[in-house]
Design a protein around this ligand. Structure first.
Ligand SMILES: *Cc1c(COP(=O)(O)O)cnc(C)c1O
Length: 367
């Protein structure tokens, strides 16, 4: 993962300088103010405290810049997937904020958890014992399984462990919803009831809601909510401000005669004379091959359809109707967001974001 190199940056550090004179690689622009705005908007809807989920390099957008901006917006509680991410995040944020680790206390992690002050969300009796033996007295939380069958203790295991666990004063008890992005799904009230069954008699702060569950209703909010995708402009938070734009440079433009083909496999043959731009990005940059047939790149307000197969580093784009050769074309932006690309590729916005390529020049605005 990308973390802070060396010493922690002050929270008001200026944007990293980015050379913009010549654009030879695609430029991914990340709007930190939009992320802060989305966090505040979710916080305003949430009846409890609002944390921020910044696992997987803040959903691919750069955890150091994103987390520091969220801290400035007021976030004091963060969640990551694994201890390594938590240690890197601690470097960025300094000693104040709480950093929770979804995967809990894994073998070999005691030193890192202890040294960087992480809060493992304990998922099993094994983890509980490992934590109590390896880091006695160190803060921890509990993760319960309320029906997703992915992480956390199931009701029977929790019943067996709860005396030992409660005696050591967990700082948080959480569970996770499988279907929160579908407001009417019967799984939501079912998991809510299971979570309440396991926790209603406890005097420990509780957390159940991801982005989707913040939007459901107050019954799901409890003490602490854990939004991720909504911060980054994705569904189901339809009111989110969009966060990413991706501008891809045009390398070459050419004319096609009727019947000529483009790209691998001769998938596309020109039905009439056309003008084609070849742009510098491909599936190695996270532009999934599957999105090709339904996707356009945009020259300001003009959509230019992808033609032929998406290659590893190159994409052919039909600029016939544009009437000029553009210097660059936009794949992500106001005309086409992560969820549209996800629909085009048969996937979800989360995967579009976390696939965004390492070759892009990243430019942060706002903050
Ligand atoms: C990723 C994750 C979240 C955040 O979910 P979003 O749908 O992105 O808001 C919250 N809780 C857990 C346990 C997660 O794994």
């Amino acid at each position: 993962m990308r973390g802070c190199a060396g010493a922690a940056f002050p929270l008001d550090a200026p944007a990293h300088p980015v050379k913009t004179r010549f654009m030879s690689t695609a430029i991914l622009t990340i709007d930190l103010d939009a992320i802060a705005h989305n966090w505040r908007a979710l916080d305003a809807m949430n009846s409890g405290t609002t944390a921020a989920v910044v696992k997987a390099d803040a959903y691919g957008l750069g955890v150091d810049r994103v987390a520091r901006r969220l801290a400035r917006a007021g976030a004091r509680q963060f969640f990551v997937a694994v201890a390594e991410e938590g240690a890197a995040l601690r470097q960025c944020l300094g000693p104040g904020p709480a950093i929770h680790v979804f995967s809990g206390h894994m073998p070999g992690d005691a030193e890192m958890i202890g040294d960087t002050g992480l809060i493992p969300m304990i998922n099993s009796l094994d983890q509980m014992i490992r934590h109590a033996e390896g880091l006695p007295g160190h803060p921890f939380g509990i993760q319960l399984d309320s029906g997703m069958n992915r992480l956390g203790m199931e009701p029977a295991e929790w019943a067996a462990v709860r005396q030992i666990a409660l005696a050591q004063h967990p700082v948080l008890i959480m569970s996770h919803l499988a279907c929160a992005d579908e407001a009417d799904h019967a799984m939501n009230p079912q998991q809510l009831a299971a979570f309440r069954d396991m926790t209603d008699d406890l005097d420990v702060p509780r957390s159940l809601a991801n982005t989707g569950a913040i939007l459901l209703d107050d019954a799901y909010h409890f003490d602490l909510a854990r939004p991720g995708i909504g911060l980054y402009g994705g569904r189901p938070f339809e009111a989110a401000r969009s966060v990413v734009t991706l501008d891809i440079p045009v390398i070459q433009c050419r004319d096609l005669a009727t019947g000529e083909t483009i790209g691998y496999g001769n998938d596309f043959a020109a039905p009439q004379e056309m003008r084609i731009a070849t742009v510098a990005a491909g599936y190695a940059d996270g532009v999934l091959r599957a999105m090709g047939p339904k996707t356009s790149l945009w020259a300001e307000d003009t959509p230019c359809p992808v033609v032929g197969r998406i290659s590893m580093d190159l994409i052919g784009v039909d600029i016939t109707d544009l009437g000029r050769d553009p210097k660059s074309l936009q794949l992500l932006g106001p005309h086409q967001g992560i969820d549209t690309l996800a629909d085009n590729a048969g996937t979800i916005g989360y995967e579009i974001l976390t696939s965004l390529g390492a070759r892009y020049t990243r430019r942060y605005i706002g903050g």
